[in-house]
Design a protein around this ligand. Structure first.
Ligand code: SF4
Ligand code: SF4
Length: 416
């Protein structure tokens, strides 16, 4: 299993479904694909309508055989389409794919698609397929604000970060904007973590909820208060001062806000089965957070990852952030939120030079918050900057105009 949330809930017959909910309707037709499909179909046939798609398919009681080779699977629970070699398409509500390799090569497969690799997984897939008949719903996990999306400007493709990190391949480019297929999205929140502008954000839970939970955890006493370390974990990873459904929902802006609100360190534990795209992204964002906290003069590891079982060590940094605590509600937008947290963390003497983490400044795979070396961009001095909307770089902690400079044509640059 992957580490996304797959919260399918059966819909009661008289239940209305609307709002931020995604619904599925399955009549229970199960397609079993590939070598060995006949034996699996025989286990399903007493309870479900089954079609077998395999070159050696044989008809049996309750089983419709198609002696064809499947070439592609698209769709999701209730609306799968299975393309077959030579042309043509078959439909099913649920797919059990025994092909090697599986026809859907995603780290987060669609709801209703199973690619079991051994006997135990086949048994689990059969049980799941039998259960998937009727109406189901799940939350729509995201919101999208196209007006602040940086996907395309003046005919040039710009940011593709959300497309790159979505293990469900739920996001596609549609001209100047992106489109998220809500039936494929499974709420891993990686796109929201990757999005530099906040155009994509998660709704369950949203940033405001996690902000309140952060302040509540810091105010409550207990381990977070005593050690000064705010532990944040994915819900699947056991006890922590603060639990998020998926760790990606807790972006670096919230980690820095926790520091600004008094935490001495923030220790993050990701779900053990997070998709590989999400793991790589979390590592990248932690490197960025490390660059920012270093530039702020905070101790090493002020925002850090820990394993599920590793107790976080208290930091040696003397308390200082509480004096900067703000009573004002932070801005809603991601960039503004992060900017407000950073401004409160700015040290008395101003921003200090800090060594850059490996890879982070020289390979800004994203846009928006980034680090850049000054005065020579290949040097070792980190400044936290925002890539503005008109090809400007704005350094956060200095008089606004002092560091303002046009975005030139270097490897750091992006067209915005
Ligand atoms: S990356 Fe975003 S769109 Fe893709 S599954 Fe995760 S939350 Fe959904
Ligand atoms: S990551 Fe954000 S800004 Fe970039 S394309 Fe996706 S939604 Fe737009």
């Amino acid at each position: 299993m992957h580490g996304c949330r797959m919260e399918l809930t059966r819909v009661a017959p008289d239940e209305a479904v609307g709002g931020d909910v995604v619904s599925y309707l399955s009549e229970g037709v199960v397609a079993v694909i590939g070598a060995g499909a006949g034996a699996v179909a025989a286990r399903l046939a007493p309870q479900r309508r089954v079609i077998v798609i395999a070159p050696d398919a044989r008809p049996a009681e309750g089983v419709t055989a198609h002696g064809l080779r499947a070439s592609a699977v698209s769709g999701w629970l209730g609306v799968f389409r299975i393309a077959v070699e030579g042309g043509g398409e078959l439909r099913a509500d649920v797919v059990i794919d025994l092909s090697a390799p599986p026809l859907v090569a995603r780290s987060v497969p669609p709801p209703g698609y199973y690619a079991p690799r051994d006997a135990a997984e086949i048994t689990a897939a059969v049980a799941a397929a039998v259960a998937l008949v009727g109406a189901f719903r799940k939350p729509k996990y995201f919101t999208y604000a196209p007006e602040i999306c940086a996907h395309e400007r003046q005919g040039q493709t710009g940011c593709t970060r959300c497309l790159d990190v979505c293990g469900a391949q739920a996001i596609r480019s549609e001209g100047t904007v992106i489109h998220v297929e809500p039936w494929l999205c499974q709420g891993c929140a990686a796109c929201a973590l990757a999005c530099p502008t906040g155009a994509l954000s998660v709704t369950a839970p949203n940033r405001a909820f996690l902000l309140d939970a952060t302040h509540a955890a810091l105010a409550q006493g207990g381990a977070a208060r005593e050690s000064g370390v705010l532990t944040v974990s994915a819900a699947s990873e056991g006890a922590a001062a603060l639990s998020a459904p998926v760790l990606s929902a807790y972006g670096e802006e919230l980690g820095l806000e926790a520091l600004a609100a008094g935490a001495q360190a923030v220790a993050l534990t990701a779900e053990a089965d997070a998709p590989p795209e999400t793991r790589a992204l979390l590592a990248e964002r932690l490197a960025m957070a490390e660059a920012m906290t270093a530039a702020l003069g905070l101790s090493e590891g002020a925002v850090r990852a820990v394993g599920a079982d590793a107790p976080p060590a208290p930091t040696a940094r003397p308390p200082r952030a509480l004096r900067r605590r703000s009573r004002r509600r932070p801005p809603q937008r991601k960039r503004d939120f992060l900017s407000a947290a950073l401004a409160r963390l700015e040290p008395e003497g101003g921003l200090k030079p800090a060594p850059l983490p490996d890879g982070a400044p020289a390979a800004p795979s994203g846009l928006g918050w980034d680090t850049v070396s000054t005065p020579s961009r290949s040097g070792h001095v980190a400044k936290v900057v925002e890539i503005g909307r008109r090809r400007n770089l704005r350094v956060t902690f200095n008089p606004p105009n002092r560091w303002r400079q046009p975005l030139g044509r270097s490897r750091h640059d992006q067209d915005y």
